[in-house]
Design a protein around this ligand. Structure first.
Ligand SMILES: C[S@@+](CC[C@H](N)C(=O)[O-])C[C@H]1O[C@@H](n2cnc3c(N)ncnc32)[C@H](O)[C@@H]1O
Length: 286
């Protein structure tokens, strides 16, 4: 007869006190299995894929993730959750659990997908870790973040250089609003399901050109795209602007371009202007 390992119930006292302390740090645990399932389904992962889960807590998202057959690298700082997860998933060979700080943990070089209910206070730091590096191994991400944060990130026109850099290389989609009632303790504001996918046709080789365009555009808000393109390429701006849709006139303020238009411009300039483009700064946000 197959041996069924004895499973202890999770220690609720320990879990509850860990949750209470996490609450004081602005951390909200997912209590809606339907939301966890939707988050995992949208990640489109399965056997052979590597998923990085930031802050698994007591495993609300880890469980459906493991059911997909993917390998889950879960990074949790709180020792009580780590112990609990080890116990709960003792028979899940797909789980690689690390007790570490997600702000410092070295992310895999190999292609990976990120899935997480992100502690609201760490959203920017984590997105920087995922989306800043020009050679990020990120294949996609399915994340729960604060609603206002998701709205700002997905606005039609990025309002700052960092967001423009992320959006020209990745498509960021606000899937839906997730009510505060889906968490315990409840946050004061609703959350959002944010989906991230690499932008089709964006090649790592174009990133120097892209950075040059964006950093020039965002340095001076009133700058016109025509003059900027002429200064960078030495060509008449129409050559680059003509194929863009919606239509962009040379007198358009550069910051009015959409992420897709920046991606297309960088792609075409890099393809047609072989040259020594300036190196990317070692830390892009510095
Ligand atoms: C918002 S909760 C999500 C927990 C679980 N995934 C869920 O949805 O219920 C965030 C989790 O991240 C952990 N955490 C917070 N800051 C962390 C850090 N700097 N490094 C690693 N884990 C962290 C917390 O202990 C907590 O378990």
């Amino acid at each position: 007869m197959p041996h069924t390992p004895h499973r202890k119930k999770p220690n609720l006292r320990t879990t509850t006190s860990a949750m209470r302390e996490s609450d004081s740090a602005g951390v909200h645990f997912l209590t809606s299995p339907r939301t966890a399932t939707a988050l995992v389904r949208a990640a489109r992962v399965g056997a052979g894929d590597l998923v990085v889960e930031f802050g698994p807590g007591s495993g609300a998202i880890t469980a459906p993730l493991l059911r997909t057959g993917a390998t889950v690298l879960a990074i949790e700082r709180d020792e009580r959750f780590v112990r609990q997860l080890r116990h709960r998933f003792a028979n899940s060979p797909g789980l690689r659990l690390r007790q570490a700080d997600i702000r410092e943990f070295t992310l895999p070089r190999k292609g990976f997908t990120a899935v997480a209910n992100i502690p609201f206070g760490l959203s920017t730091v984590l997105l920087r870790r995922l989306l800043d590096p020009p050679n990020s191994g990120l294949r996609g991400a399915s994340l729960l973040v604060e609603w206002g944060f998701a709205k700002r990130l997905t606005a039609a026109r990025p309002r700052d250089l960092t967001t423009a850099w992320w959006r020209a290389r990745f498509e960021l989609t606000l899937v839906n609003q997730v009510p505060a009632a889906a968490f315990s303790p409840q946050p004061r504001v609703n959350a959002a399901h944010l989906l991230i996918r690499p932008r089709a046709g964006t090649r790592p080789g174009n990133q120097r050109v892209l950075w040059l365009l964006l950093s020039t555009a965002y340095r001076t808000p009133s700058q016109h795209i025509g003059g900027m393109l002429r200064a960078i390429t030495g060509d008449k701006p129409h050559r680059w602007l003509r194929p863009l849709r919606p239509i962009v006139h040379p007198g358009t303020p550069a910051q009015r371009l959409t992420p897709a238009q920046w991606a297309e411009l960088a792609e075409r300039i890099a393809a047609e202007r072989a040259g020594e483009w300036p190196r990317l700064p070692p830390r892009l946000w510095a």
